[in-house]
Ligand binder design. Structure first.
Ligand code: GDD
Ligand code: MG
Length: 333
């Protein structure tokens, strides 16, 4: 089967990953050797033969990346000129939607099989079906309550911990009938989760509760957790060549981009190095993402950190739990 479109929201500012997202949009930060976006797109079942990115912030960076590093399925890019929010962003790509269509947040990774969404929506009917996952603290997410038949009867976006109706959160993957798009006003900024979804519930919205690994890569800690999850659950159909770094002490799993070097350095576990990264002798990198052309000085330590392109770490400097970039307007006086 084919002919289903996957609409993917990637237009946010990535504020919680600043300053790195001043240059690299969140979804293009590599984890386990590939951009978060590509891991997210892997979630879309094989029947999805066309992917449309709803872009806003840094659309030109997505365009250049996709051109230089094509994803295995066709990807079209649609830009919005002003940020329209998740609802407005979806409405802006409405003409691309098939019936039904998948909707995906471009920053989520998961060990989910989405095929049952389509089966359940066909069998039970309704406007759409969303994937949910249970977490310890649901307050940073969209939270649902279900009736015994699995229908969503309440949805609250980012409630306080006390007000959360359950610990089951919107995993950012869903399948919708095309008519849902008529519920979104055109040309204005709207939040799908806050302003549209609650009003759709009387028209039958289903929930699929998954018990599998999942993460939203929206903050440095969550991005690094996403990386660890992806390294620990490699896809069996597309195993990457094991990464090497000549002359370095490697603690797998790691992923190393072309042109990177690390003679006398220690790397791992859970590290992605971009292209042309230089690790000097005695440098150590652990549980981190280090982007293109960064340089880690001799004897320096980088741990639990995300470093943007071209960052230079001084000799013997210790960076633990930092998110740093060359360009950081927040640091200017
Ligand atoms: N096109 C477009 N335009 N995309 C946008 C816009 C916009 O104005 N604003 C945000 N996005 C994109 C983001 O880039 C991201 O890929 C996706 O929409 C979700 O936005 P986030 O900013 O990451 O939202 P969140 O993580 O706080 O919450 C959302 O995801 C959670 C699961 O990861 C909500 O959908 C929650 O309900 C959900 O639990
Ligand atoms: Mg998110």
């Amino acid at each position: 089967m084919g002919g289903v479109t996957g609409l993917v929201l990637v237009g946010g500012f990535g504020t919680r990953l600043r300053p790195v997202t001043y240059t690299v949009p969140k979804q293009l930060i590599p984890v386990a050797g590939r951009p978060i976006l590509y891991h997210a797109l892997d979630l879309l079942p094989p029947e999805v033969d066309r992917i449309v990115l709803a872009c806003g912030y840094k659309a030109e960076v997505f365009e250049a990346y996709l051109q230089a590093n094509p994803y295995p399925r066709p990807v079209k890019l649609v830009r919005e000129t002003t940020p329209l929010g998740t609802g407005g962003g979806l409405k802006n790509v409405a003409s691309e939607a098939t019936d039904p269509f998948y909707l995906l947040n471009g920053d989520v990774i998961a060990g989910f099989d989405l095929e049952p969404l389509s089966r359940t929506l066909t069998e039970e009917g309704g406007l759409g079906i969303l994937g949910f996952v249970e977490v310890e603290d649901p307050s940073p997410y969209g939270v649902a309550r279900f009736d015994p038949a699995g229908r969503v009867v309440e949805f609250v976006e980012k409630p306080s911990r006390e007000a959360a109706p359950s610990r089951w959160i919107n995993a950012g993957v869903s399948l919708w009938r095309r008519e849902v798009l008529e519920a979104i006003p055109p040309g204005v900024a709207v939040s799908f989760e806050r302003e549209i979804l609650p009003g759709l519930l009387p028209r039958k919205v289903l929930g699929m509760r998954y018990r599998a690994w999942w993460e939203d890569a929206g903050t440095p800690a969550r991005l690094l957790n996403a990386q660890a999850l992806l390294f620990d659950h490699p896809r069996t159909d597309r195993l990457p060549a094991p990464s090497r770094l000549d002359g370095a002490r490697v603690l797998p799993p790691i992923a190393v981009g072309a042109g990177s070097s690390g003679e006398g350095a220690t790397v791992g576990r859970y590290v992605t190095l971009g292209r042309n990264v230089k690790l000097r002798r005695g440098a150590r990198v652990e549980n981190s993402v280090v982007l293109d052309a960064a340089e880690i000085g001799p004897g320096a330590l980088v741990k639990d950190s995300v470093l943007g392109p071209g960052v230079v770490v001084a000799p013997d400097e210790r960076l633990v739990g930092v998110c740093r970039a060359l360009e950081d307007p927040g640091q200017k006086a």
